[in-house]
Design a protein around this ligand. Structure first.
Ligand code: PMP
Length: 397
């Protein structure tokens, strides 16, 4: 038997999303998520994954994962605080701390989980959080979970941040105050103004939290946005994911030993949810080692990003103001954006449209994520398709 109220709720809400053109049909990738993918039997150049360095299909990491399965099995067996902390998790956390230049680190099952866990373990109802208006959904949810007062400041607007932070401090209403930001904003590819954020934080004694999901493996020779600006000693919580440039799955926070000690006793997903598998932990550790040993993949990523951006710009597309390899092609109207992406797909290029509510109304875009694994031939083929469809749809001359 099923609840009538539930049936009504599901019917109404799904119909509503469909009516508004917001119901997302999910594509299934048949095989690996590399620079080329197959969907519905069709081979496509993949410009939509976060596999920035191509590590999700790296041969060395495959070997290391298989070895970890042989030695440790397929599951961690328990939550971390009972006996699910394997030596492989320990090694991973030591490696993350070395990679980020901090005293210690803690890992979680995903980046999303990590933001929910860490923000709510550090902040509570007596506190306030200043959050960039374009911060990721997992930050928003983590802030809500903490029950702290959430104060949104205009995207990367340092005057607004300073003004609102001062007001919060002067109100005397809050115990701790945090400023939280994405390191790299994934919809536009712009970088947070961390030097200014840190300056304001020092002036007003704010806690600093950077979600570097899109900066790690990309900026600062791979070590991330904080390293890019040389601010390792100035950011309290460096959060990151193991699912994008690192190519595996999981999330982490790096910081001072006492912070990590606290997260290990107070962050609920660490206490109550089983740890990542041995294969995941071993592959992530090895991926970080590869990154620390060589900058080659990071350089290739930037080379490919620069090439794609330059060529699309030359063709006359609006590629926004990205400061990273993320390459949005801003189209505007939602329906036109979706049509453009569909036509790219039909011509062998997978570049997903991103429209309201993920980005503001009227700023629909097709977002391209070039990676270190793309060859020049693949990018050239994609650029040719862009050129043809852009002309057919009257977007470029
Ligand atoms: N933070 C940001 C800024 C992200 O873009 C994402 C992934 N979309 C996450 C956190 C969540 O990371 P994960 O996919 O590892 O859960």
């Amino acid at each position: 038997m099923s609840s009538k109220a539930l049936e009504q709720f599901l019917r109404d809400n799904i119909a509503d999303l469909k009516n508004r053109g917001l119901y997302n049909e999910i594509d299934t990738v048949e095989g690996a998520n590399g620079p080329e993918i197959q969907i519905g039997g069709r081979k496509l150049i993949n410009l939509s994954s976060n596999n920035y360095l191509g590590l999700a299909t790296n041969d060395t990491l495959k070997v290391v994962s298989k070895e970890a399965i042989d030695t440790h099995g397929v599951g961690a067996g328990a939550v971390r605080t009972i006996n699910g902390t394997l030596d492989l998790h320990q090694k991973l956390e030591e490696k993350i701390a070395a990679f980020k230049g901090t005293e210690a680190a803690i890992s979680y099952q995903s980046g999303f989980n990590c933001n929910m866990a860490a923000i709510s373990a550090v902040m509570n109802k007596d506190d306030a959080i200043l959050s960039d208006a374009l911060n990721h959904a997992s930050i928003i949810d983590g802030c809500r979970l903490s029950r702290a007062k959430i104060i949104r400041y205009k995207h990367s607007d340092m005057n607004d941040l300073r003004k609102q932070a001062k007001e919060a401090v002067e109100s005397g209403k809050y115990n701790k105050i945090m400023v939280i930001t994405d390191g790299v904003f994934s919809m536009d590819g712009d970088i947070a103004k961390l030097p200014e954020i840190v300056e304001i934080a020092e002036e007003l004694d704010l806690i600093t939290y950077v979600d570097d999901a899109h900066g790690s493996g990309v900026l600062g020779n791979g070590a991330g946005t904080v390293k890019h600006f040389g601010l390792q000693d100035k950011v309290d919580l460096q959060m990151g994911t193991l699912s994008k440039a690192i190519g595996v799955v999981g999330g982490y926070v790096a910081g001072k030993q006492n912070l990590i000690d606290w997260l290990k006793v107070a962050s609920r997903p660490f206490l109550f949810s089983t740890a990542v598998t041995p294969a995941d932990a071993a592959a992530s550790t090895k991926a970080i080692e590869l990154l620390m040993e060589s900058n080659e993949l990071v350089e290739k990523l930037w080379e490919n990003g620069a090439y794609l951006k330059a060529e699309l710009k030359k063709l006359g597309f609006d590629i926004g103001n990205s400061e990273t390899p993320i390459t949005p092609v801003i189209i505007g109207e939602e329906k036109v954006t979706q049509e453009f992406s569909k036509r790219l797909f039909e011509s062998g290029v997978y570049a997903k449209s991103i429209v309201f509510p993920t980005v503001p109304r009227g700023t629909g875009r097709v977002r391209n994520m070039p990676t270190a694994a793309h060859t020049k031939e693949m990018l050239d083929e994609a650029i040719e398709v862009y050129k043809r469809i852009g002309k057919e749809m009257g977007m470029i001359e």
